[in-house]
Design a protein around this ligand. Structure first.
Ligand SMILES: [Zn+2]
Length: 89
């Protein structure tokens, strides 16, 4: 993933200082802080969405019907287990 390290921030700060001059620095700092916060919350949201996706996948796997006789996962609505042939009704 994107490793935002303190050295990167320092480089950005120096570049900003060279580009805009010291008088604009407080504004840039504010904008930079806002960008980083948005960036971090974006990552957090993406991570949470990913975690929820995994959770949903797991729960749907649990909801899969299993054979009453042999316990193997079978398709929903089938009348007979394709593995052992046992009736599922
Ligand atoms: Zn079976």
């Amino acid at each position: 993933m994107f490793g935002l390290q303190p050295t990167h921030l320092l480089i950005i700060l120096v570049v900003a200082l060279l580009l805009f001059g010291p008088s604009k620095l407080p504004e840039i700092g504010k904008a930079l802080g806002k960008t980083i916060r948005e960036f971090q919350s974006g990552i957090k949201e993406a991570t949470q969405g990913f975690a929820e996706e995994i959770k949903t996948e797991n729960s749907s796997a649990e909801a899969k019907p299993t054979c009453k006789s042999c316990g193997k996962v079978i398709a929903a609505g089938v009348k007979f287990c394709p593995e052992c042939g046992a009736s599922q009704t």
